[in-house]
Write a protein that binds this ligand. Structure first.
Ligand SMILES: [Zn+2]
Ligand SMILES: [Zn+2]
Length: 372
């Protein structure tokens, strides 16, 4: 194979030292550019280097380009779909790059892109290119203006339009959930939504929420995120959930269902005093398992929450009463019953160090009085 690259003419050997330079010049410059008429040592595509680099266009770039970006989440519309948040400078550079028409047959190409914001929504992008064609180094720079159109992406418009796939109903078993429990659930929901959104569930948002005296209803964009939320609430607060489906309509011949997650927070909460297994127990924690302390002998108590069907709620330590401590014996203490004012002997709790005459907290139940 022979190289198609132009070969410089080699001057003929001359015997005269004196006339060598003139000889060489005359040989090298015996070509005339048909374009500009100048003498040249080399022709590239039949014209001189200067004419060639003027004529050869490395690339074309439109003067104005457009990019669509969601002002809510920063998603970028590209190749007929909304893509996750990208750096705005990357978006404008991508627009310039994709709209550049580059000549074929270039070698050793290097391209530089320099975005400059003119306003938050208009960027100038300077593009420069260096490349070699037919052994001639060429350079070009050009500028384009990328205008950013702010447009709500599919997900953000759904969100704004009140879209929801699931409802989470926060309730409690055989009682009203407390304000703290409702707030804690809402907090866990928001936390999980942020987590799911980061993991790519773009419908992981709360569309609406309503609280009432027996709980709260939370409307969630994604069923999957709703399911995760319930798992998280059960993990932290205990309770159970059941799912049901309602037909919400038909879209493109497919039935659309909405999921209702009926969350039941555990019947008993920290501080509740319950009667279970023949024992009076102060609840310390109640999630999948209930843990607590037997008030009669300060021993630990635990059971699976499903064993609590027959447990009886006696009250909460917040309702404890003050009683005067009359005497302290080895295993018992004497107190004045705050209701009957009779002296009663009750079991001494472990690590009890109050002195007679002081007031202590007691909890009255139908199963007796207990010192807390
Ligand atoms: Zn020329
Ligand atoms: Zn968006």
């Amino acid at each position: 194979m022979t190289s198609l690259a132009p070969t410089p003419k080699i001057p003929k050997k001359s015997g005269s030292e004196k006339g060598k330079k003139t000889d060489k010049e005359s040989v090298l410059c015996d070509l005339i550019c048909p374009e500009c008429g100048k003498e040249t040592d080399i022709l590239v595509k039949n014209i001189c280097r200067d004419c060639f680099s003027q004529k050869f266009n490395l690339f074309e770039l439109p003067l104005v380009l457009h990019a669509r970006v969601c002002p809510q989440c920063g998603a970028h519309y590209h190749k007929s779909k909304w893509n996750d948040f990208e750096n705005i400078e990357e978006i404008v550079m991508l627009a310039a790059q994709e709209n550049m028409l580059v000549q074929s047959g270039l070698q050793n190409v290097s391209v530089g892109m320099h975005p400059h914001p003119r306003s938050p929504y208009i960027y100038d992008v300077l593009v420069d290119m260096e490349a070699e064609v037919e052994g001639v180094k060429l350079y070009k720079d050009a500028k384009t203006e990328v205008r950013i159109k702010r447009e709500a992406c599919d997900m953000c418009s759904r969100r704004a339009g009140g879209y929801f796939e699931a409802i989470i109903q926060i309730r409690a078993g055989n009682r009203m959930p407390t304000k703290e429990e409702v707030n804690q659930s809402l907090h866990l929901i928001n936390e999980t939504m942020i987590h799911m959104l980061k993991k790519g569930d773009k419908l992981a948002f709360v569309t609406d929420s309503m609280t009432f005296k027996d709980g709260a209803d939370i409307f969630i964009g994604s069923t999957n995120a709703g399911r995760h939320v319930c798992k998280r609430i059960i993990e932290v607060m205990g309770g159970s959930v059941s799912e049901s489906y309602t037909l919400a309509g038909v879209k493109d011949g497919k039935e659309i269902f909405r999921t209702t997650f009926a969350m039941r927070l555990p019947e008993f909460k920290k501080g509740d005093v319950i009667f279970v297994d023949g024992k009076v127990v102060e609840v310390r924690n109640c999630a999948k398992r209930l843990t607590g302390v037997c008030l009669s002998d300060s021993s630990s108590y635990f059971t699976d929450s499903e064993n609590l069907k027959d447990a009886k709620h006696l009250g909460n330590v917040a309702d404890a009463q003050n009683a005067v401590l009359v005497d302290v014996e080895e295993n018992a203490i004497l107190i004045l019953d705050p209701v009957t004012y009779e002296t009663v002997t009750i079991k001494k709790p472990i690590s009890f160090n109050s002195v007679p005459g002081s007031e202590i907290k007691v909890f009255r139940t139908e199963y007796g009085i207990f010192a807390l």
